[in-house]
Design a protein around this ligand. Structure first.
Ligand SMILES: *Cc1c(COP(=O)(O)O)cnc(C)c1O
Length: 386
């Protein structure tokens, strides 16, 4: 359905490639499904996954709030009509001026993981609600955060107590299991660690109320991903076991799960070549690469699914897929096995499926003079004018 609508648009309008087309009806359906699977939880769409204004509007209309990373994302959401109380400033890395800006615009919910940042929150966002992000061990995701964010549970306890002393509102804890997390058990570590922090704070007379479960739900690329029903079931099972006396207020920050499957990228083959005459592998160079939309192919982390649009009969053979720029790292897949038709030619079109998340937003401004990935948004199958 989604891709039928997108392909009709592409056939009818034939926009220049590469381009991303997002079906906002699918975004709305995904947000509604998330809300149904997690009744009572507050949804904050992670804007960085796809900050197209039409996507933000769709998410807003579907009843969700927003996880924002900085000033520009706050301005975007407010400009589209979001209430400032529906925004969570989830980035732990913020300049004092960004905190002050957010506070001045009415944002009241912040995530932190460092004492220094906590002091700045007390100063520039006095009285704000604070969640402390936990660094949780667990199964690696496809695109892991490593140790960049979060703090040890004991430090989280100290920070939340300190927050209260500083006149902030110690609301709760957050964690993020890593994006495209395909292991259903991953949330259990975070929920268990969070429950311990809740208990420890209670023994100090501080009652936490909020648990922010972050994002991380995966979508199918060349391989399958659990369904939202399976994710919800695993998360609820952990919640019941670690919070037997009753659930805290839940926040979810889906990014990928809200928008990836709503988008398709159409790309064109620029060149097909072989390194030597007898080389079994052909190199296929596309008009999209690492720097104009496919940043998540770094380390071949995300293995996108390609579908030839131009019909070619006959066999296929192994290919290495690369981007169009003069950069040695702009090779998309040389270890992940891909096969494309032997008849593939310059000018043939390919579709990249489930490409609505972390593509256009990662696109560089003009590396090699290539413009950022263009996005077209559809509603009811028709293009929306921005
Ligand atoms: C990126 C991000 C998300 C979204 O993660 P997904 O894996 O895309 O769902 C949620 N919360 C925070 C704090 C993030 O940085």
């Amino acid at each position: 359905m989604t891709f039928d609508r997108i392909r009709s648009f592409l056939t009818e309008h034939a926009p220049a490639t590469p381009c991303l087309v997002v079906d906002t009806d699918t975004v709305a359906a995904r947000v509604r499904e998330l809300a149904e699977r997690f009744p009572g939880a507050r949804l904050c769409y992670a804007v960085k996954a796809n900050p197209e204004p039409a996507v933000v509007r769709t998410v807003l209309a579907a009843g969700a709030g927003f996880d924002v990373a900085g000033r520009a994302e706050i301005e975007l959401c407010l400009a589209e009509g979001a209430r400032p109380e529906s925004l969570s400033y989830g980035n732990t890395i913020k300049k004092p001026a960004d905190i002050a800006f957010a506070h001045a615009r009415g944002v009241r919910e912040f995530v932190t993981d460092a004492e220094d940042d906590l002091h700045r929150l007390a100063r520039f966002a006095p009285g704000a609600q604070v969640c402390v992000r936990l660094l949780v061990d667990g199964p690696a995701s496809v695109t892991p955060f490593g140790r960049k964010f979060g703090c040890a549970p004991q430090l989280a306890v100290d920070l939340l107590r300190r927050a209260a002393e500083l006149g902030l509102d110690p609301a709760g804890v957050s964690f993020h299991v890593g994006s495209q997390q395909l292991d259903l058990s991953a949330w259990d570590n975070g929920i268990a660690a969070a429950a311990k922090v809740f208990a420890e704070l209670a023994s100090h007379g501080v009652r936490l109320r909020r648990l922010n479960l972050g994002g991380g739900f995966g979508v199918p690329y060349t391989g399958p991903a659990p369904s939202l029903a399976e994710y919800a079931e695993a998360v609820h099972r952990s919640l019941r076991s670690h919070f037997p006396a009753g659930l805290p207020e839940l926040v979810l920050e889906p990014g990928r799960a809200a928008v990836a499957e709503a988008g398709l990228i159409r790309t064109e083959v620029v060149l097909v070549s072989r390194r030597s005459a007898g080389d079994e592998h052909r190199w296929v160079y596309l008009d999209i690469g690492r720097y104009n939309g496919l940043a998540e192919t770094e380390n071949e982390a995300i293995a996108y699914q390609f579908e030839p649009v131009t019909h070619r009969t006959g066999e296929d053979g192994p290919v290495i897929i690369a981007g169009p720029t003069c950069d040695g790292d702009d090779v998309l897949y040389q270890h992940t096995p891909y096969r494309l038709p032997l008849e593939l030619r310059t000018g043939d079109r390919l579709d990249i499926l489930n490409a609505g998340a972390y593509t256009a937003s990662y696109s560089s401004v003009s590396f090699n003079g290539i413009e950022p990935l263009r996005t077209y948004c559809l509603a009811d199958g028709k293009p929306l004018d921005e």
